[in-house]
Design a protein. Structure first.
Length: 189
């Protein structure tokens, strides 16, 4: 189950590069998938707590699953905020050239950046709790621990920078519902 949270984290846009944000459909799908994972967490806690035969490590495993529920809920909330801001951007697309609307739209992008950063952190915390619960049941072998200590974690490859002459505002949703941003709107402030 930890790998499912890692996979959800991998679906998030790369931090600091929001030139092409996901469409509201992609975010809604991810919210739904995360909801299923939260249900699975609850089922794991319930089934282990209700079982008649408790093993020595059962309480620690239950604690690990239960501890993952809080950050998983936070990630779902952050994705909900992202969907809310994407809906706002879609509603105000026709106003994008007005200065007052442009400021509000840029603020929405900043809110999405923060929400996606929170989702990333929360999904990592959930996965870490589940990895710890897994290690309680079946500690990694000496060979696996040695291999992990030698390996490095690499960040995803950076996406190409936008062309230098790209316009600086939203270009609106494409057929898939994704919104494309110009260089001024995609940099953190």
């Amino acid at each position: 189950m930890a790998s499912a949270f890692d996979a959800q984290r991998g679906k998030l846009p790369v931090a600091g590069n929001y030139r092409r944000l996901p469409g509201i459909v992609a975010i809604a799908r991810q919210m739904s998938e995360l909801g299923e994972l939260i249900t699975d967490l609850g089922n794991e806690v319930f089934l282990r707590a209700a079982a008649q035969d408790h093993e020595v490590h059962t309480a620690r495993v239950i604690a690990g699953f239960a501890a993952a529920a809080r950050p998983a809920g936070e990630a779902a909330s952050a994705l909900g905020e992202t969907a809310h801001q994407l809906a706002f951007l879609n509603q105000t697309e026709h106003l994008r050239n007005r200065p007052d609307a442009q400021e509000a739209r840029e603020a929405a992008v900043r809110v999405m950046e923060d929400a996606l950063g929170s989702a990333d952190t929360a999904l990592r915390e959930a996965a870490d709790s589940l990895h710890a619960a897994s290690a309680t049941v079946s500690p990694p072998s000496v060979r696996l621990r040695a291999a992990r200590s030698r390996s490095t974690t690499t960040a995803p490859a950076p996406r190409p920078a936008p062309p230098p002459n790209a316009d600086s505002g939203c270009t609106g949703p494409d057929r898939a519902g994704a919104v494309t941003w110009g260089p001024t709107a995609c940099t953190r402030r």
